[in-house]
Ligand binder design. Sequence first.
Ligand code: P6P
Length: 326
Amino acid sequence: MAKPVTTLSEFIIEREKDFPYATGDLSQLLTSIRLAAKLVNREVNKAGLVNEILGETEQHSVNVQGERQQKLDVYANERFINAMRNQGAVCAVASEENDDHIVFNNPTSASGKYVVAIDPLDGSSNIDVNVSIGTIFSIYRRLDPGKVTVEDFLQPGNRQVAAGYVVYGSSTMLVYTTGNGVNGFTLDPSIGVFCLSHPNMRIPGDGKIYSVNEGNYFDFPANVRDYIDACKRRKFSARYIGSLVADFHRNLLKGGIYMYPGTTSKPNGKLRLVYEGNPLALLAEQAGGAATDGRTRILDIKPAQLHQRVPLFIGSPAMVEEVMQA
Ligand code: P6P
């Protein structure tokens, strides 16, 4: 007899019972993220066929990072922001694509108890070459019921109430945690439903995969170079897709470490603490892994600016620990 399928909706409702004071707002918020993920997935999957969605925006716009915006970046950003604007639980959103956070003043959302930080389409430069890309989201309770400021988004990562990602790959998966383990849902495109495919995800304590852009090798700190050399001596597998979510997801399943160290020219590396480092660090730790900036636990870092960068070492705990000690 076929095993019963648990859908994301059913799972969210079922798990709501884990939080006795849950009012359903977080469940509603996760449902909005699910909808936006399905809309983005639809466009990502036909990007190669429909020219107006491929490539750079007509205006050749650049985002706050100074990165040329892909049309799908803009589309994904709009989908996720709009999905949260009108559903009531979220009072403000910060996005990699926007200089400042966006406060929802509509009557439905102004009293929403959560704020969401999001990287709507990470790795988007890979879209045109058909490489997996991802969405990353991080959810906090607002600090003050009376007003929203950037401080709501500058809480340390250990204050997140939930975090997750969507990986648009050979299949589309939504992986998230509400602080009670990590669960993965695969989209069944034939019925447009995310189904529980990876319950209680745990990262292997150690691994033989290392993910880093070795083009920057000579600019890395000595301990990182020493660790990479040790990986080579042990004949570990070098796997680096150039898409953080895809590299993280593979390492979560198989064991491994992803590193984006600081370099001499960019001492804080490239990745963003608020909407990349923190959500993935929460997922990593909830799955038994670790995440540091090379010295400090990512989740203990107090962000100073919304788009601040942070070096990132994340994955199997034994590997993260070893590179710190190298
Ligand atoms: P580099 C994509 O731009 C991204 O933010 C991550 O998804 C990816 O891991 C990294 O940057 C790739 O950066 O400098 O190695 O090309």
